[in-house]
Structures are given as C-alpha cells and as structure tokens.
Design a protein around this ligand. Structure first.
Ligand SMILES: Nc1ncnc2c1ncn2[C@@H]1O[C@H](COP(=O)(O)OP(=O)(O)OP(=O)(O)O)[C@@H](O)[C@H]1O
Ligand SMILES: [Mg+2]
Length: 240
C-alpha cells in the first residue's frame, strides 16, 4: 500500500507509525546452543493498515509477533508503539499495555475451557477493570458480529474449531485494541471457514480502522491485505 505517512521522520523516534521496529534481534539460548530467530528486523506499520506476514516455517514470524506484542523482550533493538519506547517499563507495565492496546489471535485459540463463549470474550475487559455490565454489553455485540449470537452459552468444547476461532477473535477485539496481532488465525480451518474468518478481520479493520498484522501461510488471503511483508531467515526480505 502507500508509503509510510511520515516517511523520513527522524529515525528511531517512531513518529507517524503505529508500530516501528528497528534492528530487532532475538536470540534463543538453550542447552549451550543459540537460535538467531530475528536478525535485524526493521518494520513500520501505519495506523489502519492490514499487513500480512509471510515466510517459510521457522523464519521468525511468531517470534516477531511475540516481540511486537510485548510478550517477549528482544535481545537487542527497539520497538516504538505510537512513538513510545516499548520495553522501557517493567513486566507489569507491559502486561497493562498489552491488555489496553493489543489483541491477540493465535492458531490454537487458548480459550478457557470452564467458561462460556460470552465469558471468554469478556475476560480481557474484566481483567482490565472494565465494569461487568459494560463489558457484557460489548462482548454480546461482538459475539453477534462474529455470528455466534446463538452460541454464547456454549463452552469451547461445545463449539466447532471455526466457532472457537471466532470466539477468540471477538475476545481479541473486546478492548478495542489499536493493534491486533494474529498468528495463523486460519491455519487449522477449512478454506470456507478460513475465508469467513479473514472476512471478519477485514471488516473490523475497515470499519474501525483497527490495525492488523497477520502471520499466514495462505498466499491468496495475504494478497488481499494492504501489504505483504516476507521474512527470510530472521529478516524482512521483501515487501510488496
Ligand atoms: N522458545 C524458543 N526457544 C528456542 N528456539 C525457539 C523458540 N521459539 C522459536 N524458536 C526457534 O526460532 C526460530 C523461529 O521460530 P518461529 O516460531 O518464530 O518461526 P515461524 O516463522 O513462526 O514458523 P512457523 O511458520 O512454523 O510458525 C525457529 O528456528 C525455532 O525453532
Ligand atoms: Mg509461527
């Protein structure tokens, strides 16, 4: 899509971009060995963009989502979110930031098995301290939007895989996050259901100008996003 709105803004200050990653590296150390999962990633994501993150298995897509999502700290490099340095604060600060500003959708949706679909969707809001009635209203609205108004009392085990994924999507959106990070959100779904989930993501992206970064192996869905970022061996190799 378009060039960054504020291209040429002073490097490192993160102006304009919603997310700006600079020279990110991530080294996993285990048992004397090292895995260089990220090797100097630079990436800007503009507000309202929907960006596909592609690349072969093991190139670092999930690692990058975890770091941009403040679930994991980089070994070196910087992430700016709305111009603010992300990793300055404590882990508790990062947890608050995640709850307030980010939504996550994973391939395996990590719904809480003991709770109903509605309660699962409400959970991030309750954790963030939103009053229960308000949260319930918002959660019901989202459950309707993802087409599960008649499944809100079902527990995850009483829902199909695609329905569980839609619950996970509603949960990711319940706090109105500025950025939604999705890791193969359609990876384990048939093509019709994958299409439906993608359509929902796109609708939310367009309707509320929410920004999405979506790791996917599905080239045809990726081509329909605003921009495709391709990773090779821990680096951003190409953008189109
Ligand atoms: N917690 C971890 N500890 C050690 N190594 C890890 C860890 N997580 C990932 N890796 C390694 O880092 C590299 C990047 O992994 P990552 O999960 O980011 O790849 P990916 O691009 O998401 O792959 P896929 O398409 O298969 O999901 C891989 O070589 C992987 O084995
Ligand atoms: Mg992955």
């Amino acid at each position: 899509m378009a060039e960054p709105a504020l291209a040429g803004g002073r490097a490192g200050l993160g102006e304009g971009a919603l997310v700006r990653a600079r020279n990110l590296s991530k080294i996993y150390r285990l048992g004397g060995g090292e895995v260089h999962a990220l090797r100097g990633v630079d990436l800007d994501i503009q507000p309202g963009e929907m960006v596909a993150l592609m690349g072969a298995s093991g190139v670092g897509k999930s690692t990058l989502l975890h770091v941009l999502g403040a679930l994991d700290r980089p070994t070196s490099g910087e992430v700016f979110f709305q111009g603010e340095r992300l990793f300055q604060g404590s882990d508790a600060d990062l947890a608050r930031f995640r709850n307030r500003s980010l939504g996550f959708v994973f391939q395996f949706h990590h719904l809480l098995p003991e709770f109903s679909a509605l309660e699962n969707v409400m959970m991030p809001g309750l954790l963030g301290g939103m009053p229960r009635p308000e949260m319930e209203g918002r959660a019901r609205e989202l459950i309707e939007k993802v087409g599960l108004g008649n499944r809100s009392k079902h527990r995850p085990a009483e829902l199909s895989g695609g329905e569980q994924q839609r619950v996970a999507l509603a949960r990711a959106l319940v706090n109105g996050p500025a950025l939604v990070l999705a890791d193969e959100p359609t990876g384990n779904l048939d093509s019709t259901t994958a299409e439906a989930i993608f359509g929902l993501l796109r609708d939310f992206n367009r309707a509320s100008r929410q920004t999405f970064l979506v790791a996917t192996h599905n080239g045809s869905l990726a081509e329909r996003m605003d921009r495709v970022v391709v990773m090779v061996d821990g680096q951003v190799a190409a953008e189109r």
